[in-house]
Each structure stands twice: as structure tokens, then as C-alpha cells.
Design a protein around this ligand. Structure first.
Ligand code: SF4
Ligand code: SF4
Length: 435
């Protein structure tokens, strides 16, 4: 079923080979006051105030937790502006004008090796640190890392998700190649915290360049317990259930947490975020992203400040390839990302990529009951039936078809012969099922 997706168009081999352009001195950065998990905020600074890098400038509030807001450059708070967020919504952003002095908040301190040993073997302190530094799942999930650290389950294996299985995205690919020692140190810190002796770095087997670098680098740490796991070259290999099955042989039950089976998994960017928090007491202020798609002249990878405007990056990619054509802008991958109406959007912590495509007009055709969507679904749903139930607003039938198990992988839309946006119907079904 999933093997059917092996033919998804993928530009990784070309763009993944491009070193990241360092763009860490934008004139302005824009820091979101809210996100999908925290809808409100208190901002601690007023217009005209000076801020340092990593300074806490506010607190986002959500139904389950609060999240500190950090400045990502030093400079002056000049006001609020609305821009598109990773969640596709127009959002208030705190605008900071760069003073180009890169002054750091006094809370940022490099820890000695002894301090790191002591800290990383204390899970309660690690949990507190990751809460204070607002570390979240940087592969796009935005799930707070400290909550994962609160488990009381015994963890036997840490899995690092560096599969980056959606087409086009190569941000983690560049991070893996450019900072292997940070990745390995970050994994060791997490292993210490969970008192866990084994870890696997999961990649697609076709990533030969990553394989070569890590096989060589891991030889320097023969007793680390860290191995490389080369997994399948298909989508959604990076879905945690699929990754865990292929890396460990363990098949999770629907809705079961990996920690229940002694497994804890982290995206590789999150691991480097943990590395920074432990080593320098810093939140995530920079990240790798990919700007790509047939609408841009020269696709590139960047390493940049969180808060950078996507508009700043377009000229650095040679501008739009066909400026006269309408564009589609997707934040995140083409399968699970969110489309925004323009390039007026901001790189938040969880933006892995911006895909810019020339808009092609196509007409949705009636469903021909070919069953492709059913065959493609990795969680064994019947997308066509769910779609039909949504169209007739049959709530009982929707609930029976269990749309809440959908992981929004987008494969039903991708595989639809009639070009129907099937996944959109499943999203609607999820909302209806929750009512
Ligand atoms: S988006 Fe949901 S329903 Fe569609 S194939 Fe993926 S998991 Fe199945
Ligand atoms: S793939 Fe499209 S056309 Fe085929 S059954 Fe599913 S919804 Fe209908």
C-alpha cells in the first residue's frame, strides 16, 4: 500500500547537495505572539525598548501550557505587524529592528563539560531547561519537548527522525551534513537524561552523503550506543509509527505512545535545539530551511534567524522564475504543509521549508470510485467513504468511519485520479466527529 508512493517527485538529491546560505543578519525579525498551541500572549516589552538575543520578551498562553517568547536578534522593538504564520493565519508579530551588535542576554552561558554531565543526568533539570528555552518539535509538530521528558516510563531506545520524508524539503539534510558533532552531542545529552544506552539515527537509505558522514563520525564514538538506521525510500517513512516499526520491529497500536514500548523519538532539528539549550542555555534562534519549487529561479537552503521574512529570501533565490504567473506558497512540505496566500510570511521555529509553485489551473472531476485513495491510506481508512459522508453531512456515518485516526499525510489527495482534494474532506470530517 505505502510502496505505491515510491514514485513521488523528489528534488532532494539536487537541492540537498547545496550548502546552506548563511543569512543571520536581517534588518528586521518578526516574532509571533501566538501559534497553534498558544493562542494568547503577554508581551513584556514596549515600543522603543532595547532587546538582547535570547531575552524573554513575552509569554504565550495556551490551554495546556505557557511558552516563553524569545528575541532572536539584538535591537529595538518597533511595533506590531500582521503577517502569515506557519498555521496559515494572519497573526500579530513583534517587529524588532536589528542593531547588528549581536548582544546576548546574560542568561546565555556556556556550560563546562562537568556541568553538562551533571545537568544531562538530571531529567528533572533537563525538563525545566527545555521548558524555559521553549524547545519544541522542530520537524513541524511544535509539540513541547519538555512534556516528552516528563514521562515516567523506562526508555530503552532513542530514535532520531532524520528521514525528512516529504518531497522537496532538505533542511534537516543540510543540518545533518553541516553539524554532525552537534547532532551526536545532542543525542548523548538525551540518552543521559533517560539513562538510555541505545539510540538510532533514522535516515532514508538513499541519503548516501549522510550515511558516509555518520558512519565515519560515529567511529569516533565507538561506545556511544548510537547507530545509523537506513530505512525505506518512501513516504510516509517519517511517520513515527512507520519509522518505529522499521527501525525496531515494534508495531504500535493505534493511538499508542512510543514511550509505552520503551521508545522516545525526536526530530533531528529538535536534537540540535536540545544541544544548544544544554551547552549554551539558549533557545532556538536560528534554523535551516529550504526555499524551493518550480516558481523560484534558484532553489536554496538557508541557515537563518527565526523571525526572518520569506520576502527577504526571494531575491536571494534569483526572484520568481515566471513573475507573471500566479503562485502557490506552501509552508512546510507539499503533503502536510499549509498554503498561505502570499510570500508575506515569517520563518517561525517550525517552518522547515517554503515551496513556491506556479499555479496550474485544473478541474476537479467527479469521483470514479477507483479506490486509489483507499489503497494509499497508511492508517487503513476509507477516504472516499468519509468524503461522501461529509458531503451528505451524515454525522453518525462519519464517526463510524473513524476519521480521527487520519494523520493528514495527504496521500489520498495525491493519489486521487480525479484531482479531488480528498484530505480537505477528511479534515472537515475530523471537525464534525469531534462535535
Ligand atoms: S490524509 Fe488521512 S485519510 Fe488521507 S491517506 Fe493520509 S491518513 Fe489516510
Ligand atoms: S481516489 Fe479519488 S476518484 Fe478514486 S475513489 Fe478516491 S476520491 Fe474517488
Amino acid at each position: 500500500m505505502i510502496a505505491k508512493t515510491k514514485g513521488i517527485h523528489d528534488t532532494k538529491s539536487f537541492v540537498g547537495a547545496l550548502s546552506a546560505v548563511r543569512y543571520i543578519d536581517p534588518k528586521y525579525v518578526y516574532i509571533a505572539t501566538s501559534n497553534v498551541r498558544c493562542g494568547q500572549a503577554d508581551v513584556y516589552i514596549k515600543e522603543g525598548d532595547h532587546v538582547d538575543i535570547c531575552q524573554v520578551i513575552g509569554m504565550r498562553h495556551g490551554p495546556f501550557f505557557d511558552q516563553p517568547i524569545h528575541a532572536t536578534i539584538s535591537g529595538t522593538f518597533v511595533g506590531y505587524e500582521k503577517h502569515y504564520h506557519r498555521n496559515g493565519k494572519l497573526t500579530d508579530f513583534i517587529k524588532i529592528e536589528n542593531d547588528f551588535k549581536d548582544t546576548m542576554d546574560k542568561s546565555c552561558q556556556k556550560r563546562t563539560p562537568d556541568e553538562i554531565e551533571e545537568l544531562t543526568h538530571d531529567k528533572a533539570r533537563m525538563t525545566e531547561l527545555l521548558k524555559e528555552t521553549a524547545n519544541v518539535g522542530l520537524g513541524g509538530s511544535s509539540f513541547p519537548t519538555y512534556i516528552k521528558f516528563q514521562t515516567d516510563k523506562k526508555i530503552d531506545m532513542i530514535l532520531i527522525n532524520a528521514i525528512e520524508c516529504e518531497p522537496y524539503i532538505t533542511a534537516d539534510h543540510r543540518l545533518m551534513l553541516e553539524f554532525p558533532y552537534r547532532v551526536i552531542d545532542g543525542i548523548k545529552y538525551v540518552m543521559n537524561a533517560f539513562d538510555c544506552k541505545k539510540a538510532k539515527i533514522c535516515i532514508k537509505s538513499k541519503y548516501k552523503d549522510i550515511k558516509e558522514v555518520y558512519e565515519k563520525t560515529l567511529k569516533e564514538f565507538p561506545d556511544s550506543g548510537i547507530e545509523l538506521a537506513c530505512l525505506g525510500n518512501y513516504y510516509p517513512q517519517g511517520w513515527e509509527v512507520e519509522m518505529i516499526k522499521n527501525a525496531t520491529g515494534i508495531q504500535l497500536n493505534p493511538g499508542e505512545l512510543p514511550s509505552n514500548r520503551g521508545i522516545m523519538n525526536f526530530n533531528v532539528s529538535t536534537i540540535v535545539g536540545i544541544y544548544k539549550a544544554v551547552k549554551y542555555n539558549m533557545p532556538v534562534v536560528k534554523r535551516f530551511i529550504t526555499v524551493t519549487g518550480n516558481g523560484i529561479t534558484t532553489p536554496k537552503n538557508f541557515r537563518l534567524r527565526v523571525g526572518t521574512s520569506i520576502r527577504d529570501l526571494i531575491p536571494m533565490c534569483g526572484g520568481y522564475k515566471h513573475p507573471e504567473k500566479d503562485k502557490i506558497f506552501i509552508l512546510g512540505g507539499p503533503m502536510m504543509g499549509v498554503s498561505v496566500p502570499s510570500d508575506d510570511c515569517i520563518v517561525t521555529k517550525t517552518v522547515t521549508s517554503v515551496i513556491i509553485l506556479d499555479k496550474e489551473e485544473y478541474e476537479e472531476q467527479p469521483c470514479v470510485r477507483c479506490g486509489s485513495c483507499v489503497l494509499s491510506c497508511p492508517v487503513h481508512l476509507e477516504p472516499v467513504q468519509i468524503m461522501n459522508a461529509v458531503k451528505t453531512l451524515d454525522k453518525e456515518r462519519i464517526k463510524k468511519l473513524n476519521p480521527l485516526r487520519c494523520i493528514e499525510c495527504g496521500l489520498c489527495t495525491y493519489s486521487c485520479t480525479s484531482k479531488i482534494q480528498v484530505t480537505d474532506y477528511i479534515r472537515k470530517a475530523k471537525l464534525i466527529a469531534k462535535l
